[in-house]
Design a protein around this ligand. Sequence first.
Ligand code: F6R
Length: 622
Amino acid sequence: MCGIVGYTGENQAAPILLDGLKRLEYRGYDSAGLAVRDGDALAEVVKATGKLYHLADKTDQGRSLPGNCGIGHTRWATHGDPSLINAHPHVSGSCSGSGSGKVESDVVGVHNGIIENYGELKEKLLRHGYRFYSDTDTEVVVKLVDYYYKKYKIGPVDAITRTMVRVRGSYALALMFKDHPGEIFAARKDSPLIIGAAENAAFLASDVPAILKYTRSVYYIGNLQVARLSPGSVKFYDLNGDEITLPLTEITWDAEAAEKGGYEHFMLKEIHEQPAAVRDTLVSLVKDGTVDLTETGLTDGDLKRFAQIDIAACGSAWHVGMAAQYVLEDLAGIPVRVELSSEFRYRTLPLGKDTLVIVISQSGETADSLAALRVAKERGAETLGIVNVIGSSIAREADHVLYTMAGPEIAVATTKAYSAQLAAVYALAIRTALARGTVSQERHDALVSELMTLPEKIRRVLEEKERLQWFSTKISNAKDIFFIGRGLDYAISLEGSLKMKEISYIHSEAYAAGELKHGTISLIENNTLVVGMLTQAGLYEKTLSNMMECKSRGAFLMGLTANGNFSVEDSVNFTVYVPKTDEHFMISVAIVPLQLLAYYTSVNRGLDVDKPRNLAKSVTVE
Ligand code: F6R
């Protein structure tokens, strides 16, 4: 989704803004723009559609936009086409056809999020003589700020808080006012925004990597709060306009973690970081051989008391939820429902104090998952966020938080965060089972010690990558691919299929193997690739039979199974073996070949692996 950056300080702003936007590219965008001002002079806006280098070229890498204070934006279109006129920054007055040029207006701003009542606000502003040049909700917000600023002759902070009271929806806003040179004003509700502090400078951005090169001191601005940035100073205000104090956080992870580090793509780097992501997550949750959830605030008493667990998540995180369902039910004997966050709120699920609602989210900002969390809280359930990004909205609003330790994930298609989430839910399931007495201490210890072998087993799978690379060349022109499995193997299929389709653009479906013949099998043609998951001993024969049903209709078969199941080679065309582990944890090793297969297929097809079309890393719109 959109990315915003801001800088005020002693250096030239435009190159810093362009660099910051580059580091936010992973969020997905279709146009970009900057507004920079030089001391008291009017700000100048430059916009470009398409990739960021167009904007860099247009501004001679920022050199043709002099000034020490500025804001920048990458736009992922929601209201209005991806065009120059709709690209941000937007101004409170009128603007030229291209949207670029000197800003005569009093207010200029950028915005990430969606203003739900922008239509009604636009009507009001039209009645007051405002004219609109774009189709965006952002132009409406900028003009509304301008309206209050002038009507009540109040300062920027009060004009912004008045606007915040009127708008519904989500926003991270950065604004500059003509009368306040050297200052940037920011506001946030439900869209990510961080503020960076440095000597003689201040920054803002949608995400930490954008400013990490310049500072490690970060404020996580809260919902419905306003920030006022000037060189070397950051002040915060609540909705009443009263000054408040926020804690300063030191970012401990390395800027390296957000760089490619010699890999061709972030996705490949992140696939290789999975042993570390899983190990770090497990180490944070296992103390002296025992799963310890103290930091989440969940006690054994809580885990015993819950009669039901509901899981809400989107995309790959929802696939983790599917896996968690099988593992929690099997180990802890507790009923588990898994719901897509975007559907959760439309069901009148009976929730209450004895229900634990788990929201799984890498970014912690996914709008539908945040909405599901709020619905769960409203209905009286206890909530746990399993989140990767520290200080994100879900982390802040959930009753309990379990942080995964994947570090920053840049590629749009998740890999290491998914693996870290799996590790987290295994640990949760094992502790829940111990607390509820459905596993003995001895079984708990055995499960934990098996869990700790996962990083090394994942590393061993990575050593097999050349075979997957070779096989990817055989399937790069496939029209359709089907991933099938039963039980936990169905959960792997869901993720394997999503990885393949989202980055290779090959149509792919995941199917519960037993369900195929109730309709979908009619899509199997000569040479259609069917990938069968065979990691669960009790389901092996049945899934293999379903694969054979496809083969007899012309399918080309790939089987993925645990080391030792060599008989599979008699039936399928290509086999991938992964190290054996406890069957509850097999997804963690089995997903890696599927990630690699998707990755190499995308590379073979010459696609933008890290930034697939139409997708955004953090989906902050519903
Ligand atoms: C797919 C992918 C997405 C995310 C989904 C949820 O590779 O990354 O499906 O899993 O958008 O995002 P988070 O986990 O940030 O809530």
